[in-house]
Design a protein around this ligand. Structure first.
Ligand SMILES: Cc1cc2nc3c(=O)[nH]c(=O)nc-3n(C[C@H](O)[C@H](O)[C@H](O)COP(=O)(O)OP(=O)(O)OC[C@H]3O[C@@H](n4cnc5c(N)ncnc54)[C@H](O)[C@@H]3O)c2cc1C
Length: 390
């Protein structure tokens, strides 16, 4: 693979590899995912027949090195994949997103060489990854988690429950955070790799959601679940660092998801305003409509620039905590506004399931909630800028 772009290139200018990859994902999404979207949403069920196709396209190990069986690409390419899939279906994109930008990031960035050698080839080959930090009583206050890990010889015994876990029904490999010592607060938090089928580990209830309906969001239950000592991700008691830094990457993926959702809704709407006639003219001929679309297009591009910048900073090995938080905050706000406008511009039809925009609108809502709510992004941004200017 060649490097993404020269440092002075415009952010949205893609290298040949990036262009080819984006086109391949776009073609795939339009040909293979689009025909399934309505049914998957209506049934709230992800179509597992897509999984081997993701593997064939290299979507399971986008930036995993080739020596571990990955595609040897970049984090930016993961962002392109998430954006393109989201244009068609955000439930499909979140599976690929959580797998690449959370589960794989945790293993690649924090796992020992042995852990990487054991799990990266499996993840890259198509065993789906999940990332389990949240619990019933710890969301924004993630490090108040109660899931417990106690030593037993060389092993660890997990007890407790996780909530809201994306890919819960499809995943084979779960990155799970638990505390080895509640008295130590965040310094007790430790990451573990847990395999589906491990005794004492069950996947619980699936949530019935407003949007992302085909994506499974489930409980995970651990009852005396024995995990080998070799499955600790990073250092014992340093899981808080792994969780924070993994989410710093993951948020860029969510920003990309929001950009893709907004793009999909706008593409459909730009076509519709040319077809729908009122007062004897296409509604897109009214300046009031044109200005709304121009505003939305500008917001979309601003969101994309924030997302691409954060992703390229990550690939350049530079700090991207602030940029990722801004990208996720703004892209989710833009997606909420743009998809709402698209519903408006479809009029009454926009409110029905016969047209695509109501689903984009429902799917966009999650962007201000998961991987840190908008208030949590504002907190991160405020901390960073106050430090920078003090
Ligand atoms: C569809 C879906 C998928 C998810 N997938 C995953 C996953 O794969 N893995 C995972 O670990 N988690 C996942 N989550 C959980 C998600 O990350 C949390 O829901 C999110 O972090 C918010 O936590 P909470 O729901 O407990 O809300 P709370 O933390 O209870 O927040 C409620 C409200 O209070 C506000 N608030 C809280 N504290 C403050 C404060 N100090 N200052 C200002 N405002 C504050 C919040 O901004 C929010 O508006 C998922 C959630 C959903 C809905």
């Amino acid at each position: 693979m060649t490097s993404p772009t020269a440092p002075t290139a415009p952010l949205t200018q893609l290298s040949d590899d990036e262009n080819m990859f984006r086109q391949a994902v776009r073609d795939f999404a339009e040909a293979e995912v689009a025909p399934l979207v309505h049914d998957m949403d209506a049934k709230a069920q992800f179509d597992r027949a897509l999984l081997p196709k993701f593997a064939e396209l290299g979507l399971f190990g986008i930036d995993v090195p080739e020596r571990f069986g990955g595609a040897g690409g970049t984090f930016f390419m993961s962002v392109l994949a998430v954006e393109e899939l989201s244009r068609v279906d955000a439930s499909t994109s979140v599976l690929v997103d959580v797998h690449n930008t959370l589960a794989i990031v945790a293993v690649q960035q924090f796992g020992s060489e042995a852990l990487q050698a054991r799990y990266l080839p499996r993840l890259a080959a198509g065993e789906v990854g999940a990332y389990a930090l949240s619990e019933a009583n710890s969301g924004s206050d993630a490090f108040a988690l109660e899931c417990r890990a106690e030593p037993r010889g060389d092993d660890w015994v997990l007890n407790g429950q996780k909530l809201w876990i994306t890919n819960g029904n499809e995943a084979d490999l779960f990155v799970v955070f638990a505390t080895v010592d509640p008295a130590k607060g965040y310094k007790g938090i430790t990451g573990f790799m847990v395999e589906r089928g491990t005794a004492g580990f069950t996947v619980g209830k699936k949530e019935d959601k407003l949007g992302l309906r085909a994506s499974s969001t489930t409980e995970l239950i651990f009852e005396n679940c024995v995990i080998p000592g070799g499955n600790v991700i990073g250092e014992i008691g340093k899981g808080y660092k792994a969780a924070i830094e993994t989410l710093n990457a993951g948020r860029i993926g969510i920003g990309a998801q929001m950009v893709g959702i907004a793009q999909g809704a706008l593409d459909a709407t730009l076509k519709y305003v040319g077809e729908r006639k009122q007062f004897g003219r296409a509604i897109g001929e009214f300046q009031g409509v044109q200005f709304q679309l121009a505003q939305a297009w500008t917001e979309l591009q601003a969101a994309r620039l924030l997302v691409y910048n954060a992703a390229r900073l990550r690939d350049a090995g530079q700090s991207h905590m602030l940029e990722g938080a801004m990208a996720k905050l703004y892209a989710s706000q833009a997606a909420e506004h743009i998809t709402s406008l698209c519903v408006d511009l479809y009029g009454g039809y926009g409110f029905t399931k016969e047209y695509p925009v109501e689903k984009y609108y429902r799917d966009a809502k999650i962007g201000t909630i998961y991987e840190g709510t908008s208030n949590m992004q504002l907190q991160t941004i405020a901390k960073a800028i106050l430090k920078l200017t003090s």
